[in-house]
Design a protein around this ligand. Structure first.
Ligand SMILES: Nc1ncnc2c1ncn2[C@@H]1O[C@H](COP(=O)(O)OP(=O)(O)OP(=O)(O)O)[C@@H](O)[C@H]1O
Ligand code: NI
Length: 305
């Protein structure tokens, strides 16, 4: 359904001497999502998750320069096609609740996104699932709590009938039952043949529903693993960063990885993870390792086996 190939995103800006400088945020990123599949995209803050989502939908800011290819249903996604498909075949649950239209009643926002079926009925069902009282439909976004606004954003995208759903951190502010409801709705959509991208910091939540997990680090995919690879001490995981994330979870060894992700304007040469990696050798500093297939997954590390 979706294929992203060699995607790079740069931003142009002017420095203090008004010279134009470019910062590359996303480097040579590739991933794919099949119909019926949930792909989780995990990575720490600033790793480029939202920019990836915005590049797919064609809503990057004007100073972004994009290279690479994105295919939807086998056809290249041009800006024109993105405009046509957005809100139709492709829907976004945005990271920020600011994306709600402040001047439109929230029930209307949900109903307007329905393309197939009875809008009033689908809106009522969505509200019922989320324990939102009927009268809330008449409210404006400023009257909602953060959790309610989040539920409206999720409802708007999930009633749309889109074939590709991109959920950018959909669950903050939701209580346990609303979170379970949301994740099981994604599973249901996948079973109906949709492709779902679930962007999240929360690896544990991702592992409850995702089929595969793509791990982002400093703007590149370091590993795409199967859900079943996250087990035991992490011996089935391919990249040292993924192993470190897994081992840092409560219930595992809970050993945090020292250091931090490099900033986009100060990236190391070669492998972006090498400065924090216990396996790093001088070869790692030569060039960004190519992504390669290892045991049904993908990894960008010279030392992975
Ligand atoms: N319009 C922009 N101009 C310049 N740099 C930008 C712009 N938008 C984002 N960035 C930079 O791109 C990087 C990735 O941002 P992005 O929002 O994709 O991260 P993220 O992984 O979604 O983080 P979070 O988990 O905090 O949402 C950040 O370093 C950010 O500063
Ligand atoms: Ni983000």
């Amino acid at each position: 359904m979706l294929e992203v190939s060699k995607l790079s995103i740069r931003f142009k800006r002017f420095d203090r001497r008004l010279r134009s400088v470019q910062t590359e945020i996303i480097h040579n990123l590739q991933l794919s999502i099949a119909s019926g599949e949930i792909l989780a995209v995990v990575g720490s803050s600033g790793s480029g998750k939202s920019l990836l989502a915005h590049a797919i939908l064609g809503i990057l800011p004007g100073n972004a320069e994009v290279a690479g290819d994105i295919y939807f249903k086998g056809e290249a996604l041009t800006p024109d096609r993105q405009r046509q498909l957005r809100g139709q075949e492709m829907a976004l649950i945005p990271q920020s609740v600011q994306y709600l239209d402040p001047l439109m009643r929230v029930g209307e926002q949900v109903r307007q996104s329905v393309r197939q079926g009875d809008p009033a009925e689908l809106q009522r069902k969505a509200f019922y699932k989320y324990n939102l009282a009927g009268m809330v439909a008449k409210w404006f976004p400023f009257q909602l709590s953060g959790g309610m606004a989040r539920k409206i954003l999720i409802s708007t995208a999930t009633v749309s009938g889109a074939r590709l759903l991109i959920a950018d951190e959909p669950t903050p502010g939701l209580d346990g039952s609303a979170m379970t409801e949301t994740l099981s709705r994604f599973r249901q959509l996948a079973e109906e043949g949709c492709a779902v991208m679930l962007i999240t910091h929360d690896i544990e939540a991702a592992l409850t529903v995702a089929d595969r997990i793509a791990v982002l680090y400093a703007g590149t995919v370091v590993e795409i693993a199967l859900r079943s690879d996250f087990t035991g001490a992490g011996a089935l995981l391919r990249h040292p960063y993924t192993k470190a994330l897994w081992q840092a979870l409560p219930g595992q060894q809970f050993a945090a990885l020292p250091g931090s992700q490099p900033l986009p304007d100060n990236l190391p040469r070669g492998c972006l993870f090498a400065p924090r990696c216990s396996l790093a050798t001088s070869e790692c500093a030569e060039a960004l390792p190519e992504i390669r297939t290892v045991r049904n997954g993908e990894v960008r590390c010279l030392h992975a086996t």
